[in-house]
Design a protein around this ligand. Structure first.
Ligand code: IPD
Ligand code: CA
Ligand code: CA
Ligand code: CA
Length: 269
């Protein structure tokens, strides 16, 4: 993608992300209409839908040749990542949005011919914007994020993961996962995949391991983590397919092979 074009899209996308965040903050105490999707804990609100609609309407008007992949149904059904594709999660962490009114994010990744060019993760209530452009580094608000240090051992690592890893699951033997959590320094669960990617990029968590995420949960995070030298693969170390669901590892490169080879592949079901 031509750099001038990319800068213009970046600036426009940033303006929309901040504006969408402003609207959510303004309405944070309004009465919510909450519905459920695949199960009683899979929540969606009119705020998720209206925020996605805001992005889709603006993108279609301003960039009629761009495509959109998004969670709440306003986007396109795509079979390739050819051209410019916006991958949007209007509210990542809807359960937090509903129950806590914080700890949720707007996530926007912009890909061109399959390459992640731009990423935004906006922690709306904290008013913290993580952003990146491919090959130009990552930022937290306007401060550059340092590259991740290569000196990191698993024993001193904090890894984001949720309790489902210790329950019976389809992916990795539970005993192996118990060994894993006993080996590392600590675990954290924030309930927003996008924020967990941002925390890995910021170096306040060393990895994040999660089952079955959709493209909109990870598209921006992959770009931002990449810009600080982090890596993102499937939990078994394979390349991520941005058109499908993937179980994901994103981490400091120093601990990747330890996690993949000694735990994920060893316990693979
Ligand atoms: C969810 C959050 C959550 C993750 C789920 C996602 P949503 O996204 O990122 O942390 O564990 O798998 O679906 O539905 O709140 O946008
Ligand atoms: Ca959802
Ligand atoms: Ca999400
Ligand atoms: Ca969402």
């Amino acid at each position: 993608m031509n750099l001038e074009t990319r800068d213009a899209i970046y600036n426009q996308a940033k303006e929309w992300v901040l504006k969408a965040g402003d609207t959510i903050r303004d309405k944070i105490h309004d009465r919510l209409e909450i519905n459920t999707k695949s199960n009683p804990n899979d929540l969606v609100t009119t705020m998720d839908q209206n925020t996605e609609n805001f992005f889709v309407t603006n993108i279609k008007k301003t960039y009629p040749d761009h495509f959109i992949i998004s969670e709440e149904g306003y986007g396109d059904q795509l079979e390739t990542l050819n051209g410019t594709v916006w991958i949007i999660d209007p509210i990542d962490g809807t359960m937090n949005f509903v129950h806590q009114k914080r700890n949720f994010a707007i996530s926007v990744g912009i890909y061109h011919d399959g390459v992640g060019e731009i990423g935004f993760i906006y922690d709306v209530m904290a008013d913290v914007l993580y952003s990146a452009k491919h090959n130009e580094g990552a930022f937290k608000n306007n401060e550059p994020l340092p590259r991740l240090t290569n000196k990191k051992s698993l024993l001193e690592s904090i890894v984001g993961l949720n309790h489902f890893w210790l329950c019976e699951n389809r992916f990795v033997d539970e005993q192996v996962m118990q060994d894993f959590v006993k080996t590392i320094r600590g675990t954290r669960t924030y309930g927003s995949a996008a924020l967990e990617f941002a925390y890995v990029a910021e170096g306040i968590m060393d990895g994040y391991l999660t089952m079955s995420l959709s493209p909109w949960d990870i598209a921006a995070g992959v770009v931002i983590v990449n810009e600080v030298g982090g890596v993102t693969t499937t939990i078994y170390g394979d390349q991520v397919n941005m058109l499908e669901k993937n179980s994901i590892l994103t981490c400091n490169p120093a601990i990747k092979s330890d996690i993949v080879d000694d735990y994920m592949l060893k316990g693979k079901k």
